[in-house]
Design a binder for this molecule. Structure first.
Ligand code: FE2
Ligand code: FE2
Length: 190
């Protein structure tokens, strides 16, 4: 199985947009956290998070099929490829069924919302609580690109209370907050 360094090299090669790279790394962090919580392998699960939007910038019309074709050639595990396909079931026809499929689906849009919340708070992710994220979730004008229906479906798929799922995503992202540049010292504009 290709390692994280190889996956990061792919990300560098395929994705120019800094915000998209940070999104992919946010989802990686959340999915890795779930792997730890559920006794799965954080390395393989992390790859699904890190690479799920690999082709979004260059091949939006065939996302994520183009990326998955490439990743299959490169020797990535079927479990990872399947989860990447299942994060966009309407396009690929692959429904989120395995535990990794469901975790990736549930973390994708929500990580985007959590990231957006961090950027508008003086302390970034440092003291972010699920309550604030829920408030922003209900405010559809905030981070309007985040699909609220997808977030709701993710909560159903993951089988937890919404606030617990939000807390898990926050915990995962907080663990690498420095890399994601969402600590208070990163987002504060004086
Ligand atoms: Fe995507
Ligand atoms: Fe995504």
């Amino acid at each position: 199985m290709p390692d994280r360094a190889a996956a990061l090299a792919l990300l560098e090669e395929w994705v120019d947009n800094e915000a998209l790279r940070l999104h992919m790394r946010s989802v990686e962090a959340a999915v890795r956290h779930y792997a730890r919580l559920r006794g799965a392998d954080p390395e393989s699960w992390g790859l699904a998070g890190l690479l799920h939007d690999l082709d979004w910038e260059k091949y939006p019309d065939t996302h994520p099929v183009t990326a998955v074709d490439h990743l299959r050639e490169a020797g990535y595990p079927e479990e990872v490829l399947r989860a990447i396909l299942a994060h966009r079931p309407d396009y690929t026809g692959v429904e989120p069924e395995t535990e990794l499929d469901r975790v990736l689906y549930a973390c994708d849009e929500l990580a985007g919302l959590v990231y957006a919340c961090c950027l508008v708070r003086p302390n970034g992710i440092d003291d972010l609580a699920p309550k604030s994220v829920t408030k922003k979730l209900k405010d559809r004008a905030f981070a309007a690109g985040v699909n609220r229906d997808d977030v709701a479906r993710g909560v159903e798929l993951i089988g937890l209370e919404r606030s617990e799922h939000i807390q898990n995503v926050i915990d995962g992202m907080r663990a690498v907050a420095e890399d994601l540049r969402i600590r208070g010292v990163d987002v504060r504009r004086d």
